[in-house]
Design a protein around this ligand. Structure first.
Ligand code: FAD
Ligand code: GLY
Length: 370
């Protein structure tokens, strides 16, 4: 059977689109198949924080990977703008990780010592914090200011990666369900979809939290699970905070156009995307404790998404040891937007047979799967 595509990617979230983009830049003929629309699941729900230092500590196995990935954003934003005209709203506006007790302050100061010196991370006393972000509650004991961490619009990024790939020669099929694999001996050579079979030299599963159920068709177990997150957004004509404010169980992300995005809850082992009153109430309480003036903001909307998590806590980016022609990229949990650029590069390298050992050594060993 002729293989019209070099690579076929299942899943049009940020991970699938980033892989497609990197492959397209290298002249590979890619086809991406998405059940709904591009950026319709976790990658639509994400707050878009590039939180190398808020979500991970300096000793985390993939801190260096995350930092590499975040540092790709200025160039990526420019490339996507040139190829598609889309502004992905990349902003390097920094983050403040708040301490509300002396113990939290001590932990944050200690965590800062594990972060790279060149990041310019600075401890802000409560007095300095109140000049930095004057509308924050005076209850805060202080905060860690991380100037280099920024944010993007996650849905715009995902859509722009898809569109840029198409401009470079890739094909994207939306509203098409991949429901099984086509197997020839020990090789996966294609997929069966709601629109018929499609074949490629390499198949990449980037189906987010839904990767596991598809891979079960050929006996692959990922040891992954879904983690639902709920968020809401408000609008305010007055600037309430300049930087992302991150604290235990809650973050407030200033977006363009006077929007503030507040997240996020965590509910493991569910694919139920309904939004609960208890989830909203708990987020509102935490957010207004930190930023009391939020209460005067105008309500915009609420939503939820399903994060893909692995039991080992690390993303899976690799080739199947059991099936030739099959690779997997999922399990990015809370940091898929942050890690998308480097994931695209790592997967493209793997498929070109030039695994980037330096990058892989930064993350230690990825979760084992069969
Ligand atoms: P998804 O975006 O879920 O995409 C997978 C796609 O595959 C879906 O579109 C699905 O329809 C498709 N698919 C699955 N199975 C099939 C099939 N059989 N056939 C065809 N298509 C299929 N990360 C950050 O870095 N920063 C943040 O600030 C951040 N905030 C978040 C806030 C919330 C509330 C949530 C839920 C997540 C957040 N994340 C954040 C995490 C981030 O959203 C995820 O890690 C990332 O979006 C995962 O991308 P993905 O492409 O793997 O999955
Ligand atoms: N990274 C933020 C979240 O997953 O909620």
């Amino acid at each position: 059977m002729a293989k019209p595509y070099d690579v076929l990617i299942v899943g049009g979230g940020v991970i699938g689109c980033s892989i497609l983009y990197q492959l397209s830049k290298r002249g590979k003929k890619g086809l991406l198949i998405e059940k709904n629309q591009l950026a319709s699941r976790a990658s639509k729900a994400a707050a878009g924080m590039l939180g190398v230092h808020t979500e991970l500590d300096g000793g985390s196995p993939f801190y260096r990977l995350a930092k590499n990935s975040r540092n790709m954003y200025p160039v990526l934003a420019q490339e996507l703008k040139e190829l598609t005209g889309t502004d992905i709203e990349y902003e390097e506006n920094g983050m403040v990780k708040l301490a509300r007790t002396e113990k939290e302050a001590k932990n944050l100061i200690s965590a800062a010592s594990t972060m790279d010196q060149d990041e310019g991370v600075e401890w802000l006393s409560s007095l300095k914090l109140s000049t930095f972000e004057p509308y924050l509650s005076k209850q805060a004991t202080g905060g860690l200011f991380i100037p280099g961490d920024g944010n993007v619009s996650a849905p715009k990024l995902t859509e722009a990666l898809g569109l840029a790939s198409v401009r470079l020669g890739a094909e994207v099929m939306e509203y098409t369900d991949v429901y099984d694999f086509i197997v020839e001996g020990s090789r996966v050579s294609g997929v069966n979809t709601s629109l018929g079979p499609y074949y490629a030299s390499e198949i990449v599963v980037a189906g987010g939290a839904w990767s596991q159920s598809l891979l079960e068709r050929i006996g692959v177990t990922l040891h992954s699970f879904p983690v639902k997150g709920e968020c809401f957004s408000v609008k305010c004509s007055r600037k309430l905070v300049e930087r992302t404010i991150f604290t235990e169980g809650c973050y407030i992300v200033p977006k363009v156009g006077g929007r503030y995005l507040i997240g996020a809850t965590e509910h493991a082992h569910t694919f139920d995307e309904t939004i609960s009153v208890s989830g909203m109430m708990s987020l509102m309480k935490k957010a207004t404790d930190v930023l009391p003036d939020l209460i005067h903001a105008e309500w915009e909307k609420a939503w939820s998404g399903i994060r893909p998590q692995t039991q080992g806590g690390l993303p899976i980016i690799g080739r199947s040891e059991r099936w030739e022609g099959l690779s997997i990229s999922t399990g990015h949990y809370r940091n898929g937007i942050l890690l998308a650029p480097i994931t695209g590069v790592m997967m493209a390298d793997l498929l070109e047979g030039k695994e980037n050992r330096v990058l892989h050594s930064h993350v230690g060993s990825f979760s084992k799967w069969n």
